[in-house]
Design a protein around this ligand. Structure first.
Ligand SMILES: Cc1cc2nc3c(=O)[nH]c(=O)nc-3n(C[C@H](O)[C@H](O)[C@H](O)COP(=O)(O)OP(=O)(O)OC[C@H]3O[C@@H](n4cnc5c(N)ncnc54)[C@H](O)[C@@H]3O)c2cc1C
Length: 444
């Protein structure tokens, strides 16, 4: 029986894991936190699960330097010239809210062949007052990691988590291949029953276990980002992550409590870091100091191996579009809790997590496939590709139903198609790109 859990790494995933486990009141939790390897923090956007997590930890929006997030505002993704279709939203919605707005009629009209006027849909969804009244409970947060981590750490320590300031250099194994202990830079050995790898792209523990990395770099071209923060402008408060398409990727704009997080996500095969900086400077009309982050898009086939699990960036990272990583952290920790309770085994947990990563990957890549931009080699590349069969299957499944509202619930959609995110999210995506699947999709 697992009693003693060792979490290696103290970024957002390490402390989120510590928080979700320590509140169970069942385990002795130790977090290993090195000096001099700072965690990633760019101004992150999250899904509504973040709201539940903060409530569980008794933290609020001010503790994390955050703002509410109703969804994502896509700008200039449809075409590269001026068009009324060049502005659309991917909102968070629950079933009740969708019912309130009679969305079913809208969707049925769309399925029956109408190429929906996006304006009609979004005017209905976003009356001017929407942001202030928050008629939905379905929102996430934008937050500042520099505030989130200290606030969460303090809660975890108060609830009994122990912190060791050291770097993990190695680990020792039991005869069955499970981890026995981790060896620190001062040569001390920390033993445990279960080990969590939250060391980001370094994958300090999980890389020592047998595993397969599902490499998505052939499909996901974006593998770099330059990031910065700028001062809050005197513009009206907004509750969206803004994502604007540029020549070789896209820029996020994330409103935090006292600053704005900015980053240009691009493919280094199509633009150099220097040219990306130039383009971002022009886009923002500033001379920015940027931090460069790079990754290999993909995920581990088996984040759960023996008595070890990878959580956060160590489990995988596709790219920042749709802000999926804190959501994935939450999903994996939730599966870890079920595993520790003896309700599931490693193989069930791995299948579930892969299904999430795959579903999110299809969704993210669809933004690139369905865009009609052709103003650079980057966008031309996506224009030249055929829509993968898996995406066609998802869409076929969606269009086969008459009752979109009930079909779009996570449970039904997952059961029928084994694909995430929800059917509603897929509808927003298709409607926003003006996809009339009967005519357009199969020509591609
Ligand atoms: C460009 C970019 C944009 C992103 N945007 C979003 C977003 O909008 N929404 C979202 O949900 N996610 C986003 N993410 C992902 C999100 O930032 C991460 O999921 C989150 O920060 C958690 O990271 P982590 O804790 O797994 O890794 P990290 O933040 O890298 O932390 C790893 C930790 O491991 C420690 N460590 C490393 N080596 C050792 C060692 N040998 N011994 C002990 N400790 C060690 C380090 O000190 C560090 O604290 C983005 C990521 C990137 C790259």
């Amino acid at each position: 029986m697992v009693k003693d859990i060792v979490i290696v790494g103290s970024g957002g995933s390490g402390w989120m894991t510590a928080g979700m486990l320590v509140t169970e009141n069942k385990y002795k939790i130790t977090v290993i936190e090195p000096e001099g390897i700072p965690p990633i923090g760019v101004g992150e956007g999250t899904w509504p699960t973040m709201k539940s997590f903060l409530m569980e930890m008794d933290l609020d929006i001010d503790d994390i330097g955050g703002t509410k997030k109703l969804g994502i505002d896509y700008i200039d993704w449809y075409v590269n010239h001026s068009s009324k279709h060049n502005h659309f939203y991917h909102p968070f919605f629950d079933k009740t809210f969708t019912k309130k707005l009679d969305m079913n009629d809208i969707f049925i009209e769309y399925i029956n062949g109408g190429l929906l006027e996006k304006k009609l849909l979004f005017e209905k969804l976003f009356p001017e007052s929407y942001g202030e009244t928050f008629i939905t409970d379905s929102y996430g947060y934008h937050f500042d990691v520099d505030k989130f981590i200290p606030a969460l750490k303090e809660k975890c320590i108060n609830l009994g988590c122990k912190v060791i300031n050291a770097k993990v250099e190695d680990c020792k194994f039991n005869l069955d291949g499970s981890i026995k202990s981790v060896v620190l830079d001062d040569e001390k050995e920390i033993v445990g029953d279960y080990f969590v790898d939250c060391t980001g792209f370094k994958r300090v523990l999980i890389s020592k276990m047998k595993n397969t990395f599902i490499d998505l770099s052939d499909e996901f071209l974006c593998n770099s980002a330059i990031t910065t923060h700028i001062d809050l402008k005197n513009e009206k408060e907004y509750y969206w992550t803004k994502c604007s398409a540029l020549s070789s990727g896209w820029v996020w704009n994330i409103p935090l409590k006292d600053k704005i997080g900015i980053g240009y996500v691009y493919s280094d095969k199509f633009i150099s870091d220097t040219d990306a900086k130039k383009e971002l400077n022009e886009h923002l009309d500033i001379e920015g100091n940027y931090q460069l982050l790079q990754w290999k898009p993909g995920f581990l086939k088996e984040p759960f191996v023996k008595n070890c699990v990878a959580i956060g960036l160590s489990a995988g990272f596709i790219e920042p579009l749709e802000a999926t990583n804190y959501q994935m952290q939450w999903i994996i920790i939730d599966r870890l809790k079920a595993l520790l309770d003896g309700k599931i085994q490693n193989n069930n947990a791995n299948t579930y997590v892969s299904r999430w990563f795959n579903g999110l990957a299809f969704f993210i890549i669809s933004h690139y496939f369905f865009s009609k931009r052709n103003d650079s080699k980057f966008w031309e590349y996506f224009g030249s590709l055929k829509i993968p069969h898996d995406i066609k299957n998802i869409i076929n499944n969606l269009f086969r139903t008459e009752d979109i509202v009930s079909f779009a619930s996570i449970k039904n959609f997952t059961k029928k198609t084994l694909i995430l995110p929800t059917g509603l999210s897929w509808f927003y995506l298709l409607i926003s790109y003006g996809i009339n699947f009967k005519k357009e999709l199969y020509n591609k």
